[in-house]
Design a protein around this ligand. Structure first.
Ligand code: DX5
Ligand code: ZN
Length: 218
């Protein structure tokens, strides 16, 4: 499968949000990655529904929403209504993960589960075939611009084996500290989707950075 690039809007210039959304629309990027943080599950608050609504009204590509919030079940329908195509919840934030995943699918979105750096792949053994996407956090969630955690490569390989062994169709997404230095090794290990925030938006030419990342891993 073609490897996908998902720029993280968290690193965009919020004073020029429409400009940055159009830049992604007109680039080689595949998805918009949208980070929602509640200041409880993670020690930071990003942005919420009105901002996502504004992004959705201009975005012409798949909207991949990453919820870093406690009790995400409260907002599943809201995110579907706001235009999310994929809704990813954290394993660590869901007591009844199977129920949450079914609820996401019931309102027409694809369902993803994110794992913190300390959470082993093995916790997904009994749910992997229900998941459209697993997001392996390669930094501790909460902030953009952090350094990539090297243990991620091992987790990608383990997850790829689990997906193959169970004949699942699950995509592997990597989120945090992705750059041109680790992109190729990640996709070679089995990653399908690379999220990149700072590396894209803080670069001199984000459109070219996206194109370079995309050609690096395809
Ligand atoms: C971190 C977020 C990431 C973040 C990635 O909690 O989930 O999506 O925006 O940003 P970079 O690429 O700067 O690490
Ligand atoms: Zn994210």
């Amino acid at each position: 499968m073609n490897k996908l690039i998902a720029p993280s809007v968290l690193a965009a210039d919020f004073g020029n949000l429409q400009r940055d959304v159009e830049m992604v629309n007109n680039s080689d990027a595949d998805w918009f990655h949208i980070d929602i943080m509640d200041g409880v599950f993670v020690p930071n608050i990003s942005f919420g529904m009105p901002v996502l609504k504004a992004i959705s009204s201009h975005a012409k590509k798949t909207i991949d929403v990453h919820l870093m919030i406690v009790d995400p079940d409260r907002y599943i329908k809201t995110f579907a209504d706001l235009g999310a195509d994929i809704l990813t919840v954290h394993y660590e934030a869901c007591t009844h993960l199977h129920r949450t995943v079914q609820a996401i699918k019931a309102v027409g979105m694809k369902a993803g589960v994110a794992l913190n750096p300390h959470t082993p792949i093995s916790v997904l053994e009994d749910i992997i075939s229900d998941l459209d996407l697993v997001c392996i956090m390669s930094v501790n969630p909460g902030f953009g611009g952090q350094s990539f955690i090297e243990n991620t490569y091992k987790k990608v390989t383990q997850l790829k084996h689990l997906i193959n062994d169970t004949n699942s169709k699950t995509l592997i997404e990597i989120d945090g500290g992705v750059t041109s230095k680790n992109a190729k090794q990640l996709t070679e290990a089995g990653a399908d989707v690379l999220v990149a925030g700072s590396f894209v938006f803080k670069s001199e030419n984000p459109t070219k950075t996206i194109a370079d990342l995309k050609s690096l891993c395809n």
